[in-house]
Write a protein that binds this ligand. Structure first.
Ligand SMILES: [Cu+2]
Length: 90
C-alpha cells in the first residue's frame, strides 16, 4: 500500500505541530471520531515514523482498508481525515 494526505503534512509520532500527523491503517474497522486515541493492535496499525507505504498481508476474502490520519499523540483527526477502500483477497 502507498498512502498520502491532503491538507496536512506527515510528521513522526510525538510531533505536536498543528496540521501534522501520521497515518494509521484500520483493517476492517471504521474511521474514529475526532479526538479518539487510535488503538494499536493487529488491525489498527500506526505509521509513527512517518511512513507513507507498507506491506500488508490479509487473509482471503473481502476487507475494508481505512486510512485514518491522527495527530502526534495518536488522536484521530476524525472521519474527514480518513478514507476507506474495499478489497477482495483471493
Ligand atoms: Cu499513531
Amino acid at each position: 500500500m502507498k498512502f498520502g494526505v491532503d491538507g496536512m503534512s506527515v510528521a513522526p509520532a510525538g510531533t505536536m505541530t498543528k496540521g501534522t500527523g501520521h497515518h494509521h491503517l484500520l483493517i476492517d474497522g471504521k474511521a474514529l471520531p475526532k479526538g479518539t486515541v487510535i488503538p494499536a493492535n493487529d488491525t489498527s496499525l500506526h505509521f509513527g515514523k512517518g511512513q507513507t507505504e507498507a506491506d500488508v498481508k490479509l487473509p482471503p476474502g473481502d476487507h475494508t482498508l481505512t486510512m485514518q490520519f491522527g495527530d502526534g499523540a495518536h488522536r484521530s483527526y476524525g472521519p474527514e481525515m480518513s478514507q476507506t477502500i474495499k478489497v477482495h483477497v483471493q
